[in-house]
Every structure is written in structure tokens, then in C-alpha cells.
Ligand binder design. Structure first.
Ligand SMILES: NC(=O)c1ccc[n+]([C@@H]2O[C@H](COP(=O)([O-])OP(=O)(O)OC[C@H]3O[C@@H](n4cnc5c(N)ncnc54)[C@H](OP(=O)(O)O)[C@@H]3O)[C@@H](O)[C@H]2O)c1
Length: 295
């Protein structure tokens, strides 16, 4: 087992994954300090250095990002500052404080055109601004901290502390009797609490390099929507298929970016549970009333 010195620093600690990560680390009795944009804006180089110097963390976990994929297309400068320059600032500061950096990334660094699952070493070919900014963020982390980083790619997150697809479908089901949902994009829906626990395991093993982590199984958004309604016992809503082209969102998205998780399975011994089981657990634990949207 790898032991990083105290404290661990979680950046983006009030986001969807960050909140679950702080709960998970606290439960494991890890001395973790959670910071978010109000405490530490990662685009501010000098501030990053000062904060890192104050804490001198053994491990930094960066889950901060600009994550609104469609908004990325119109706010490009800001997106690259947060998703590329931010991790670069953290990686450079980590060099001076001798800290390890675990940095979160995404399946959107791939174009989804390989016709098979995406492996860690496949070339990155992002389609939209979000994916491009995350791909550059990865490269800057690798370049600045070659031996002391872990880049974790995940996909299709849902969790209790953020805006997500599950809540969007449940909200629509309150006012609609039919929905159209995209059926030509494939991924692995992933519960942020399961991912948070996996992150802790990966840190304990001291993995260096790129790793894909997501719940087991795969789905289209259409499959995912149907399962959300089925498990919620909502039977008055018909779910029709739609193509990506028909939906015409501002940002392009990969068609088949299912992450290959065999490297993770080899590392920890088993995959995360199937996404359907994770979804059932999520639905059981969410508040009965309201949708708990962060924004
Ligand atoms: N959500 C997904 O489906 C998904 C899929 C694949 C990968 N990921 C990756 O997983 C990670 C966590 O995603 P998430 O869904 O938990 O994101 P999230 O809920 O949007 O949380 C990100 C957090 O980062 C904060 N932040 C934004 N700009 C910052 C800055 N300049 N300095 C410091 N903090 C800043 C945000 O604050 P504000 O809310 O105030 O902006 C927010 O609290 C990200 O790296 C994301 O790219 C997410």
C-alpha cells in the first residue's frame, strides 16, 4: 500500500464528484482538505503556488473543471483556462512541493469512431471544446509531472450532489408522457460515489499513468433513460429513440466512447458494480422530494 503524507488536497471539493470524494476520504479517516473555486481558483498561478506551499500536501486530487459541455462551445477562453491551464498550474506547483497529482479526465478526449472500446493508450482525438481542453490538460500534467501523476478518465457521471441525467429524466417525467432520448451514443453510466471509492483504492495502490474507471456494463442514453424510469416505477412515460443529429446540441459528442476498464480490473482485482445496480443504489439514496440540483 502506498502512503502519501498528510494532508491530501481535494480541488473542486464542492462539485458532484468532489462532494462524494470528501465523504469517502473522511470515512476512511484520511486527513483531507477540500477546496473549491472560492478558496482556490486553479487558473490563478500565484495563488495555486501559495496555497500548495501552505499545505504541502502529499497528494492533490483535482476534480475541478468547467464541465458544462455545451457552454464550452461559446466560452472557450474560460474553458481552456480552467481545464488546461488550471491542471498545468497544479502540476507545476506539485513539482515544488513534491506532491503526487491525481487528475480527472473524460471519455470526451476520444472521438468515439474506433468501433470498439477506448483503451488508455489510444490516441486522443477530441471532437469539441470540452474534450480538447481536457486533452490539453492531460498533456500538461504529463509534461510537468512525468513520474508523479495519475490521470483518471471516467464517463457519464451521476451523483447526489450535481446536475445529472437521472435527475433530468425524473424531472421531465413529472410533466411529460413521452420523451425522445438519444440512442446512438454509447457509454458507461457511472455513480460518483462508486467512483470516489475507486479513487481511494487507486491512491492506496499508488498507480502512476492513465487509467479508465467507470461502472461495469454499457448503455445508450436511451437505455439509461428507460432503466431510470423502470427502476423508479414510472410507467406513464414512453421513451422514443432520437439520433444525435436530430437533437442538434451545440457540442459534438463521441458516438462510441465506452471506456475499456481492464487495466483498472487488473489493478484492483474486480470491476465496479454494473451501472444498473449502481443506479438502483443511487435512486434509493436520493431525497424523496425535489431533485437536489446544485444549479
Ligand atoms: N460529470 C460527468 O459526467 C463527467 C464525465 C467525465 C469526466 N468528468 C470529470 O470529472 C471531474 C468532476 O466532474 P463533476 O461532474 O463532479 O464536476 P462539477 O460538479 O462541475 O464540479 C466541478 C467543481 O469545480 C469547480 N471549479 C470550476 N472552476 C474552478 C476553478 N477555476 N478553480 C477551482 N474550482 C473550480 C466548480 O465550481 P462551480 O460549480 O462554482 O463552477 C465545481 O465545484 C471533472 O474533471 C470532469 O471533467 C465528469
Amino acid at each position: 500500500m502506498k502512503h502519501f503524507r498528510d494532508p491530501w488536497l481535494v480541488i473542486g471539493a464542492r462539485g458532484m464528484l468532489g462532494t462524494d470524494l470528501m465523504v469517502t476520504l473522511n470515512q476512511a479517516d484520511i486527513d483531507a482538505v477540500g477546496l473549491d473555486v472560492d478558496d482556490l481558483d486553479i487558473t490563478q498561478d500565484g495563488l495555486v503556488q501559495r496555497v500548495m506551499d501552505r499545505y504541502r500536501p502529499g497528494l492533490v486530487i483535482n476534480v475541478a473543471a468547467f464541465t458544462d459541455v455545451d457552454a464550452c462551445e461559446t466560452r472557450q477562453e474560460e474553458v481552456f483556462r480552467v481545464n488546461a491551464r488550471g491542471p498545468e498550474n497544479l502540476a507545476r506547483a506539485c513539482r515544488f512541493t513534491d506532491s503526487f497529482l491525481l487528475h480527472m479526465s473524460t471519455d470526451y478526449v476520444f472521438d468515439g469512431r474506433l468501433g470498439r472500446q477506448c483503451h488508455e493508450d489510444d490516441p486522443m482525438r477530441p471532437l469539441g471544446t470540452y474534450g480538447k481542453s481536457k486533452a490539453i490538460g492531460e498533456q500538461l500534467v504529463r509534461a510537468n509531472l512525468p513520474d508523479s501523476h495519475c490521470i483518471l478518465r471516467t464517463q457519464w457521471l451521476f451523483g447526489l450532489h450535481g446536475k445529472n441525467f437521472v435527475e433530468a429524466i425524473l424531472a421531465l417525467a413529472e410533466t411529460r408522457d413521452h420523451l425522445k432520448v438519444v440512442n446512438d451514443q454509447h457509454g458507461r453510466p457511472t455513480y460518483s460515489l462508486d467512483l470516489a471509492k475507486a479513487i481511494l483504492e487507486i491512491c492506496e495502490r499508488g498507480f502512476v499513468g492513465v487509467l479508465h474507471v467507470a461502472n461495469d456494463g454499457e448503455a445508450t442514453w436511451h437505455d439509461f433513460a428507460r432503466k431510470i424510469l423502470e427502476l423508479s416505477k414510472i410507467d406513464h412515460v414512453r421513451v422514443e429513440s432520437q439520433t444525435t443529429e436530430e437533437l442538434a446540441r451545440p457540442a459534438p459528442r463521441p458516438a462510441y466512447s465506452v471506456l475499456n476498464i481492464s487495466r483498472f480490473v487488473e489493478l484492483v482485482g474486480s470491476p465496479l458494480r454494473h451501472w444498473e445496480e449502481a443506479l438502483a443504489a443511487y435512486l434509493d439514496s436520493r431525497p424523496r422530494k425535489g431533485h437536489g440540483f446544485k444549479r
